[in-house]
Design a protein around this ligand. Structure first.
Ligand code: GCU
Length: 843
């Protein structure tokens, strides 16, 4: 429908820190040439500063100034004047004498956008819709689309929320946002709600531009302290800066608040005093925030209190909150992520399965929830893994509103230290046909409310941005936030189109930049799946600690239920009805039958549904174990290419973002090798089956640190063993004295890339320097806990393991390689191995 203009040459833009995200309004090349076609003024049909229509006027003024260098006045009346951009609601427009006959019927938050010569109309069904239309118009202009058109756009679903898992009190090394990798909370500091909510306003601006209409501002693992009078005043401050952007505030509740904060002796959801207490709190909140979106509740899950204490149901709990917010038009989002991690026992019970929990808890409650309750369901039955089947709960709640919970913050998916563009993963879920009652039942049609004719439904995205100017910690990660909003608005958008739009807005219109970032993004999730966890076995991260680096052993033998049931001969969860946990039977008949049968289960979910020998043949003809080996090699090889793809952008984007992302991609390339070797090494030793291609366990370019001549360093057995090459590393013998590891090289003289694998613990900043014949090749610090933002580790393991590479080093036979490590307190400058790689080889 649209034509984009492409430009041959581009001036270099000034350094950018990412704060404006995709709303940079960068000048179009030859911007002046457009001036004649641009309307000469903006007419905003509401001059109240808290109105999204007023915001739209300001935004249009700023955008057109940035994109075209043309300064337009904003006026607040006369919507019929010529050569103007009119923005307002359909009603305001009609009241002002505007002709509305041509405007199609709009749904809540929808808008009509028409560009006809120098007359532009942006009319919303409501004020928020008008602002969305203004952002869409600016997005088209910023991408060089100045054509004429008119169309209406309506959201796929009314709920398009963001969840922030922010804590009031800071804690831990990675700030006060649970599973946040972009720094501490933008809202809170030192236990208080900040006076200055500038970042919250900037966040609301970004979110409004992609159609997000509410933000739950605190962690689902909530506490009662948000409900004190002082903190309710603080929440009002946040809501006040959100409002001009049409973003409503939502709040996560701690179920036991009536007891913890209210001094009652119970939090029974059916107890009169408890009901009254919640009504009172709700009234106090709405007095301050009349447009509050509602509540989000996590109950009886992972240690959170809930109604089970009083033998009440989850519906009793949800309805309690729904009733309190109902008079105000509020919504209660009630999480389906309910399971009991204390009673699952893998060893004793072949049929135990955490994946079964949601349907077991919620199915029988269908029809019992009030119509302003929305059950918020994670996309898969476990927990945001690299691949999961769609949660069967979507097919089991026919008389209940549902929303899908997606995770923008990459908890199990590389924590923004790895690039993983998520829409292709999300689409495997949204486009899945659950075949409820034998009828087409796409997940996206269920959550929109269309399939079961529900009044409410939609999307909740866990974003967890922080104070870092990049918001999420990494520039490229922002495409996930952008795409989330766009997909919630219209889930039929293609992943490719979304990343292209985002790239043009974020990095400019150069088609080689757009193509490169698109390619890298689209290859990133398949690559990550390849080097982390294949065939539906889940992301093999360390699930007991940070959920970041590899640790396949940590999946099993604990009650968290993310089991693989891997032993010496076989692997996978038997979730069949005939012999397993019965999970497959939670789907409607056609889907259940597909997953029940190993022949019809797609390979990419084989180990999710079936327990098979490592020698089981896949549809590709490979065995499971050989597929593991090959996929890990292929995935990490792809990650290496991301570095050179990015390097091709040098000079085509600003230096600051170029350098910052390059640093991360180099880290990812190195860490993908850590993943490859850790996972392959683990299954190699568990199964005893050799890699047909002879790679696993044979690393001919490596010099193991423990085999070098050591002074002030000593060997160290790493646990779990496969997290280090040949299971061992070296650490300095004392916390205060440097160590030296040296070796005389026996190599063919030539140019090599010299890679050093080491462990960077989150304890201090050890220092290393590498020498050849006493001449320094380079030095570095163990500072990743300050620069990468992923969950840190205090041990030598798959999370702290990392690599630095010095390129194009001239090496002669007999040269003396020496690495000096200086510990920093308890961080003992650990080293794993050195790889001397002929240029072109990575290992
Ligand atoms: C995951 C995550 C937790 C979070 C939980 C939830 O388990 O690791 O940090 O609290 O999901 O979604 O409630």
């Amino acid at each position: 429908m649209f034509s984009f203009l492409f430009f041959a040459s581009f001036g270099l833009v000034a350094a950018e820190n990412g704060l404006d995200g995709w709303l940079r309004y960068a000048p179009l090349p030859s911007a002046d040439s457009y001036h004649d076609g641009i309307p000469s003024k903006i007419v905003a049909l509401n001059d109240t500063k808290i109105s999204p229509v007023y915001t739209a006027g300001q935004e249009l003024q700023q955008g057109i100034s940035g994109i075209f260098g043309k300064e337009l006045d904003v006026q607040y009346d006369d919507c019929t004047s010529f050569s103007s951009i009119v923005v307002g609601t359909v009603e305001e427009y009609s009241n002002g004498g505007g002709e509305t006959d041509d405007i199609p019927e709009l749904e809540a938050d929808g808008f009509y956008l028409s560009v006809d010569g120098d007359s532009v109309k942006i009319l919303g069904q409501n004020e928020r819709g008008a602002l969305y239309g203004a952002f869409e118009y600016l997005s088209l202009l910023a991408q060089g689309n100045t054509s004429e058109f008119s169309y209406a756009s309506n959201p796929s679903a009314p709920i398009r929320w963001i969840n922030q898992w922010d804590n009031l009190v800071s804690g831990g090394t990675h700030g006060s946002v649970e599973r946040g990798y972009g720094g501490p909370s933008i809202f809170y500091k030192d236990g208080y709600i900040k006076e200055d909510q500038t970042r919250a306003a900037q966040y609301a601006r970004l979110l409004a531009s992609i159609g997000v209409n509410a933000v739950v501002v605190n962690n689902v693992n909530a506490n009662a302290s948000f409900l004190t009078e002082a903190n309710m005043d603080g929440l009002k401050r946040i809501a006040d800066v959100f409002r001009p952007y049409g973003v409503q505030l939502g709040l996560s509740l701690f179920f036991a608040s009536p007891k913890d904060l209210g001094g009652l002796d119970t939090f029974d959801p059916l107890d009169e005093s408890v009901v009254e207490w919640w009504h009172d709190v709700t009234d106090k909140l709405y007095r301050r925030i009349p447009d509050m979106a509602g509540y989000l509740v996590k109950a009886n899950s992972e240690g959170q209190p809930g109604p089970f204490t009083y033998n009440r149901t989850l519906a009793d709990a949800a309805n309690l909150f729904a009733k309190t917010v109902k008079p105000y038009g509020g919504v209660c989002m009630f999480r389906a992520f309910v399971y009991d991690h204390t009673t699952l026992n893998q060893t004793l019970d072949w049929k135990a399965d955490r994946a079964n929990a949601a349907v077991e808890f919620f199915k029988e409650l269908d029809g019992q929830f009030m119509d302003n309750v929305v059950v918020q369901i994670k996309y898969g039955p476990i927990d945001f893994q690299v691949r999961e089947p769609v949660s069967p709960l979507f097919a089991n709640l026919l008389e209940t509103n549902t929303a899908i919970e997606l995770q923008i913050t990459q908890e199990y998916l590389g924590q923004q230290a790895h690039v993983v563009y998520l829409p292709p993963l999300w689409k495997t879920i949204l486009d899945f046909d659950l075949r409820v009652e034998g009828q087409p039942s796409l997940t996206r049609e269920i959550v929109s409310g269309a399939r079961f004719k529900r009044p409410l439904g939609g999307y909740a995205g866990v974003a967890n941005v922080g104070t870092n100017t990049t918001w999420l910690g990494s520039h490229l990660a922002m495409s996930n936030l952008y795409a989330y909003g766009r997909l919630a608005w219209d889930p039929t958008h293609s992943s490719e189109r979304l990343v292209q739009d985002w790239t043009r807005l974020t990095f400019g219109l150069d088609s080689s930049v757009v193509d490169t970032i698109t390619q890298l993004s689209l290859e990133s999730w398949p690559a990550y799946e390849n080097y982390t966890g294949n065939l539906g076995i889940q992301t093999l991260t360390d699930i007991l600690f940070g959920h970041y680096g590899p640790n396949p052993a940590s999946q099993d033998g604990n009650p968290w239920g993310q089991w693989t049931r891997a032993d010496n001969d076989s692997i996978g969860m038997d979730r069949t009805v005939w012999n397993g946990t019965g999970f497959a039977g939670q789907y409607p008949a056609e889907v259940a039958a597909m997953y029940e049968d190993i022949e019809t289960t797609p390979d990419d979910l084989l180990l999710w549904f079936h327990h098979v020998p490592y020698t089981q043949r896949l549809k590709s003809g490979k065995t499971v174990i050989q597929h593991f080996y090959d996929a890990h090699y292929a995935g990490s090889a792809t990650a290496q290419t991301f570095v050179s793809l990015w390097e091709s952008l040098k000079g085509k984007i600003d230096d600051q973002r170029y350098e910052e992302q390059l640093f991360r991609l180099k880290y990812q390339a190195g860490h993908s090798l850590v993943w490859r070797d850790a996972v392959n090494g683990f299954y190699h030793s568990l199964s005893g089956i050799a890699d047909e291609k002879g790679r696993v366990g044979n690393y001919s370019w490596r010099i193991e640190a423990e085999n070098m001549t050591l002074e002030g360093y000593e060997p160290y057995s790493v646990h779990p063993p496969s997290m280090a090459s040949e299971t061992r590393a070296i650490v300095t013998s004392s916390n205060s004295t440097q160590g030296t590891a040296s070796a005389v090289l026996s190599v063919k003289p030539g140019t090599y890339n010299l890679a050093v694998n080491y462990f960077d613990l989150a304890i201090g900043r050890s220092k290393w320097e590498v020498f050849l014949n006493e001449e320094s090749v380079g030095s570095w610090e163990g500072d990743s806990e300050y620069v990468l933002g992923h969950a840190p580790s205090f041990y030598l393991d798959g999370t702290s393991a990392t690599r630095i590479t010095f390129e194009n080093v001239e090496v002669g036979n007999g040269d003396l390689l020496k690495i000096v490590g200086v510990p920093d307190g308890e961080e003992p400058a650990p080293l794993d191995y050195v790889s001397l790689l002929p240029v072109g080889i990575v290992d």
